[in-house]
Write a protein that binds this ligand. Structure first.
Ligand code: 1OR
Length: 292
């Protein structure tokens, strides 16, 4: 299953694999990987390393790309096509353009956890085990270590256990903002939840009366953006960075999946926020239990 056990990058080859590619092929790889979480956190040089080592694999509908139980050899990024994932013969997921699969067996050195079959004709970009371990796994590992330390210091997360911290660390996306940037705007749909890693933010809202109300500012270890995800409603406030700000962002699906254990805290604070709404100006979150 998809677990968050310890990852130990052990590959130590020095020679770097380079498979020649046209600019057009590089462009296609770029388009196929920009939204992928596993590629998002790679620095430019590491990404180049991965792209250099990739080779193109064309598949036809019904081809089996990965068989459950086999040893892991390649990781695949999907350029186009739809792929069905089966666990013990049961269809559990379909992945398409911009998605990927085959990372688990390589990262955790376990047998393939699922069978992957092409539902349509398609094009994949394959990365061999050694390159994968040297680049993507190492980067996931570095990111996990860096985030875990921070997450343990965040007070609203103290009820999480080790494996929950690891999964959360893997799913967080670093986001940097400059002084004065608008991070979320009141009225917009909400797709992300944020924890402040560095810096602080100003929070304000336009009230029903049409006046602007300043809400308590937030700083390191505080969170915002949960209300829109909890209630599936538009953003209730505008958040603007105050100096340079570094945030750890969590997408809606991961928020629901990984922060289950702290939903009660969010709901309780949200309820208090409603009670205190009229007199929040100048207070801190600790005083008002307020959040956004
Ligand atoms: P792999 O190297 O084990 C099969 O080869 C791949 O299928 C696996 O890496 C993942 O990339 C992909 N359970 C197991 N493997 C999955 C799953 C999955 N989803 C995608 N893969 N589950 C679905 C989670 C929504 C869990 C089902 C119980």
């Amino acid at each position: 299953s998809v677990s968050a056990e310890s990852i130990t990058p052990t590959a130590n080859i020095n020679e770097r694999k380079i498979i020649y590619k046209s600019d057009e092929a590089k462009k296609r790889i770029n388009e196929a990987t920009t939204l992928n979480l596993l590629f998002k956190n790679l620095d430019r040089e590491t990404k180049q390393h991965v792209v250099d080592a990739m080779f193109e694999k064309s598949v036809m509908a019904n081809d089996i790309v990965i068989r459950q139980g086999d040893e892991g050899d390649y990781f695949y990024a999907i350029e186009h096509g739809i792929f069905e994932i089966f666990v013990n013969g049961q269809l559990v997921l379909e992945v398409g353009n911009g998605g990927s699969f085959g990372e688990l067996a390589l990262m955790y050195n376990t047998p393939r956890a699922a069978t992957v079959r092409a539902k349509t004709d398609g094009t994949l970009w394959a990365v061999g085990r050694e390159t994968f371990l040297l680049t993507i796994t190492s980067s996931v590992y570095r990111k996990r270590s860096a985030y875990e330390e921070f997450l343990r210091s965040v007070s609203f997360l103290t009820t999480l256990d080790q494996s929950e911290f690891s999964k959360l660390a893997d799913a967080l996306e670093p986001n940097n903002f400059e002084d004065g940037d608008t991070i979320i705007s009141q009225g917009d749909p909400g797709e992300y939840f944020y924890i402040i890693e560095q810096g602080s933010v100003n929070v304000s809202k336009i009230t029903d009366m049409g006046t602007e109300q300043q809400l308590p500012s937030l700083t390191v270890g505080d969170y915002f953006g949960e209300l829109a995800l909890l209630n599936e409603q538009p953003r209730k406030a505008t958040v603007v960075s105050r100096g340079p700000v570094r945030l750890a962002a969590l997408r809606r699906d991961a928020f629901v999946r990984l922060l289950g254990p702290v939903m009660e805290i969010f709901r309780r604070n949200a309820a208090e926020y409603n009670l205190n709404q009229q007199n929040t100006t100048g207070q801190t979150r600790q005083e008002s239990g307020e959040n956004h």
